[in-house]
Structures are given as structure tokens and as C-alpha cells.
Design a protein around this ligand. Sequence first.
Ligand code: SAM
Length: 262
Amino acid sequence: MAPTHIPRKRFGQHFLHDPAVIDAIVRAIAPEPGQAVVEIGPGLAALTEPLAQRLGRLTVIEIDRDLAARLRRDARLDVLESDVLKVDFAHVAQARAATKLRVVGNLPYNISTPILFHLLAYAHVIADQHFMLQKEVVDRMVAPCGTSAYGRLSVMLQWRYAMQDVLHVPPEAFTPPPRVNSSVVRMVPLAAPAAVDAAVLSGLVQAAFGQRRKLLRHPLEPWLSARGYRGAFDLQRRAQEVPVAEYLALAQALHADRPSVG
Ligand code: SAM
């Protein structure tokens, strides 16, 4: 496809042009013929083309009407012209007659966190995810407990996925270049994640990390007592010193005490 398209800032359009980077990403994904792969934001098809060559068929989700029209000319592509945040991935899996989808994409950075949270609800129909994101976001996703990057994103995602930072990509690999460094992250849903109510966990980590410099007793004591929690939890720590497993156990205990609290 000729790159005559003028990049649209509102859609976070930064198109990959470096063949070595494109090749490294496709090798990290390692697509096999017949797999049900979905690409978010195919744009000018930098990744789409090599993926379609290897897969034969590919589902793509593109919000930009002009780009979607170009992509429709390729018979190997099932084009969903839509906002990815409105896409029901369980429905896409059904349409592809697949038990599990592989989801990939060089994501629009302005909505990368909402996309990650949207996909959380579909982890049961997803085999794995490979995403290009702002490096700083990937650092937060994979951050271990006790580090300054460890926060809400780390806990919410480490609850459901094993994650790995697989590739660093400099701004020069894109047209136009973004102002930030990028990384590709591999996310594999855990086979047996802790059974936790996502809304309870989300409320808990939001309260805990809302005042991350303070000891937890400041933000969490009132939050927990408002929910009638009377169990033992060491509040003489800062939010970043609490491992994921402890947040999960606390969310489970809260849910068991007061199932209706979100
Ligand atoms: N995959 C291409 C590449 O690597 O060169 C383009 C990547 S560009 C960073 C992000 C792409 O996501 C653009 O094509 C943009 O139009 C599309 N996009 C932005 N917001 C979207 C949304 N809400 N839903 C679906 N696609 C979106």
C-alpha cells in the first residue's frame, strides 16, 4: 500500500517503517498458519502484510475509515471498522470458530491502558497478546513489587497474565516518530488466576496507590472499615511494598465479607 495517508494524531498514528524492527516483532509473535490472529490498529499494514503472508487469514480492527477502506481490498483480511474498545472479543473468537485468539498490535498510545483493561475481560478467550506500547507503560506492567514503577497497572495485569518485555524499539522506527521509546510486551493469560472480583481489586489498588508515598493506614484504613473489613492486614507499609498475591487475597476476603461492594 502506498503511504500517501496523512497520519492522524487523534488516532495515535505512528507507522512502523523499519524492516528489521517489523521482522523482529513478527518473529516474536511467531505466527503459524491456521492460528486465529487479531491485529488491533493495522494502519498501513506494516505488520499486517507479513502476518497475512504467514497466516493466510487475519482479522484486523481499525477505527480510521480511510485505512479500513484500503485494508478491505486485501481478501486475506476480515476488516472490523470499529473502535477496539467496543469490540466483543468473545464474539470475534466465535466468528473465527476459534477457542482462543492471538491478539497483536502496535497500539495507539493515547488509549493503550483502556485497551489493556478492555482485554482483561476477555482473557479466557485469548491465547496470548503481543503489543507495542510506550516503554514506560511496559515497565509499569512488568514491574516487580518494591520498585517505583510497581503500581495499579502492575497488580491488575500480573493478576491475569505472565508478561515479558521482549523488544525495545527506538522512535526512529516510526513515521512520524513518537516522542517516547517503545517496547513490545508478550502477555500470556495465566491458566489458573486467583478468583477475584475485578471491580473489588480495582477499587482496592486505586485506594492503595492513590497516596503511594504514605503508609497504607492513611488511605486504606478508612477504605477497609467503610467496607466492614475486620481481618488482619499489615497497613504499616507503603502500597508498593505489598506483593500482588496479598492484594489478591485481600480482594478475595473483601468480596467474601461484602459481595455487593465494588
Ligand atoms: N500497525 C500500524 C503500524 O505498526 O505501522 C499502525 C500503528 S498506529 C501506532 C495505531 C493504529 O491504531 C492506527 O492505524 C490507528 O488508526 C489505529 N487506532 C487508533 N485508535 C483506535 C481504536 N480506538 N480502535 C481501533 N484502531 C485504532
